[in-house]
Write a protein that binds this ligand. Sequence first.
Ligand SMILES: N[C@@H](CCC(=O)N[C@@H](CS)C(=O)NCC(=O)O)C(=O)O
Length: 205
Amino acid sequence: MKLHYHPLSSYSRKTAIGIALRGDPVELVVLNPFAGGLKSPEFLEVSPFGKMPVLTGPHEGAIVESTSILEYLEERGPRKLIPIGHERRARHFDRLGDLYLLGPIGNFFWNKSVEIRETTEKTMARAWAVFERELSDGRDFICGADITLADLSAAVAAHYADTEGVAVPPSIAAYRARLEAHPVFAASRDAAMPFVESTRPMRGG
Ligand SMILES: N[C@@H](CCC(=O)N[C@@H](CS)C(=O)NCC(=O)O)C(=O)O
């Protein structure tokens, strides 16, 4: 199987982190999103909305959507990111992370308008409050002692909030530090950083 992705793309990072944590034999193939490649007829054949990441392999057709890719891999076993007994919580926080953290910070990453900054800060603050409540009993990660699907989008969003100067509550900064103590998260962060810097001039600093 191959994951077509880019080290800067937040949903790609979430998926690649999940695959690495699962230990699936998936080859990472780097796409070039800057040359219009995501909207080429060939790419639209596999990813109808022209978005990454995409999983290709022996299954029927390509699989798009970060969560669907990870759910597909979980169905093939072993169960690691959506542990038995934590299914609802893992899926819920993944959804919150995608919609109210990665989405907003992704917009702000590319558009530094005052309006987008305000919306991003407001939405992320509300989402972080929900994460904080869940972590308030002293657990390390959203589903307890183990990292699950629930933590992946949040980890990437907290990193990009930091690179883009969007405030993160101290308890969430500590949560991020616990996640980035894991080598898979640290490697994802480090692989993204050269692209964070090299794209700064084109996205308004
Ligand atoms: N809901 C999708 C979002 C994927 C997404 O928005 N990917 C971005 C990169 S982080 C992308 O491909 N953007 C290109 C575009 O929208 O033209 C998922 O979870 O995979």
